[in-house]
Each structure stands twice: as structure tokens, then as C-alpha cells.
Design a protein around this ligand. Structure first.
Ligand SMILES: [Zn+2]
Length: 257
């Protein structure tokens, strides 16, 4: 987020105008330059483009139970439903259309490096102390892109749990790191698609149950072998580069999952 002079100027300008003119100003998403990414048009069902793809990354965590938002740059019903849930969660008018109010909230949430407010690249690249996103099956850039979407899903999970802090104990792992910690041979951690989560304020079962609504197609928690001290969440359905089928896989027997 960056509150810059352009934005201040736009607010001052709007305040100086009578009601009808303010509506016209608000309808045009302009006069704002975010440090990460700026949307230049209102988006709704039927639109496509890179601006839709950018939006899909940021609402991926609002997919709804057992759903995912595909990162395909096409604004279909699932994207609209996710935008609507995002709007509801943040107290905006929930119409499933991404306009100035939705963008303003996204600008407020995103840092200049495009990560959401409560998660960072450093935190996700910590499998064995930080490896710069290299040493995995994907390019460093692809891995980092996956980690970004993972973080936006975590931000949604955090918000859904009542803005209670979540800690990532293991994010991206290089092959060497994954071997060192005894991870599965084709672990989603290798792709930047996974996070092991703990919390001091929510129970692990609350985290695991909540994650079902936030676009995570892989969830392992209490009752699943070696997962009694964290919840593993991942995006295996969206991963076409691994050896597993793109299906949902959840198990946390102690939480009824
Ligand atoms: Zn894990």
C-alpha cells in the first residue's frame, strides 16, 4: 500500500465537489498509482485479461467451500463469487463486480511487493532458512508466483478466523531442504504451493476447518500422521507440474475432516 500525493489530491478534489459530481469521480478508477499493481477499469463477468488474472490471485482465498478460483484471466462465475465473498468479508457492497471500492481495499491490503498485509516473501521462503526460491522443480519466478497466491489465500484464512494471527512454520522448500526435513518426495512445498501453519489464538482444528473455504485443495491436520502440531495447507488442484491428480485431498480426523 502506498498513500501517495495523487490519492490525497483525488480525495481533496472529491470533497470539494457537490454530491452528483462526487459520484462521477468515484465511478472512474483512476488518479491512483499503487506501488504493486493498479487496476484501470472496472471488471465484471465476461471480462478477460491480465488485470483479471491479477485480481484472481488476490481473491483466490475467497473461493468458497471445496472450490478454487482458476488463475486463467477470465472473469467467470467463480471469480465473481469470490469477489462477492471478499466484498462481504471487508464490509463492501457485495455485487461481485470489481470497481473502485474493491480496488481501494486491495491497495490497502497489498504491500509494494504485492504480498498481502500479514504475510511476506521472507516468511514463505523459510523451509530451511531461505533459499531465494531456487533449487526446486520450477523456476524461481514460477515458485515465487505460487507463493504469492498461497499468501493471499492465507490472508483470507486469517481474515475468516477473525483477523487472528497465523504463523507459517514452513513454506517453500528446495529439494535439498525437503530431503533434509523428510518431506514427501513430490511435496507441494517444493512448488511454493504449501504452508505449514500454526496459531497461538486459534486452535489447529479451527484453522483446518476454516481452510476448507479458502481455496486450499490440500489440508492435513490433527489426527493425520505427523500433523498434530501444525496444519498443512496447499493448492494441489492448481498444480499441473506435480505428479498427483488435480483433486482435493483433506485429512484431519481429530477435527472431523
Ligand atoms: Zn506441509
Amino acid at each position: 500500500m502506498r498513500v501517495n500525493t495523487l490519492k490525497r489530491a483525488a480525495i481533496a478534489f472529491a470533497l470539494a465537489l457537490p454530491g452528483a459530481a462526487i459520484a462521477a469521480v468515484v465511478a472512474a478508477p483512476a488518479a491512483y498509482a499503487d506501488g504493486c499493481y493498479t487496476w484501470n477499469r472496472t471488471l465484471a463477468q465476461g471480462r478477460s485479461g491480465d488485470d483479471v488474472r491479477q485480481l484472481q490471485i488476490r481473491v483466490a482465498g475467497w473461493a468458497g467451500n471445496r472450490n478454487i478460483v482458476e488463475n486463467d484471466g477470465r472473469y467467470g462465475p467463480k471469480t465473481a463469487a469470490a469477489v462477492k465473498r471478499f466484498q462481504q468479508a471487508y464490509g463492501l457492497r457485495a455485487d461481485g463486480v470489481a470497481g473502485p471500492q474493491t480496488y481501494a481495499k486491495l491497495y490497502q491490503l497489498q504491500d509494494n511487493d504485492c504480498t498481502p498485509a500479514h504475510f511476506s516473501y521472507n516468511e514463505l521462503d523459510n523451509g530451511c532458512g531461505g533459499s531465494g526460491w531456487s533449487g526446486g522443480p520450477l523456476s524461481a519466478a514460477q515458485t515465487k508466483q505460487n507463493a504469492l497466491r498461497t499468501m493471499w489465500k492465507l490472508e483470507a484464512l486469517r481474515k475468516s478466523l477473525g483477523d487472528k494471527p497465523l504463523n507459517v512454520s514452513s513454506g517453500y522448500r528446495s529439494r535439498a531442504c525437503n530431503n533434509q526435513v523428510g518431506g514427501a518426495s513430490d511435496s507441494q512445498h517444493l512448488y511454493g504451493n504449501a504452508a505449514d501453519v500454526t496459531s497461538r489464538t486459534s486452535s489447529l482444528c479451527q484453522v483446518a476447518r476454516g481452510a476448507r473455504n479458502n481455496g486450499f485443495s490440500g489440508i492435513y491436520g490433527p489426527g493425520y500422521p505427523d500433523h498434530d502440531d501444525h496444519v498443512h495447507v496447499d493448492s494441489r488442484r492448481e498444480n499441473n507440474r506435480d505428479n498427483s491428480s488435480n483433486t482435493t485431498s483433506w485429512s484431519a480426523p481429530d477435527c472431523g475432516i
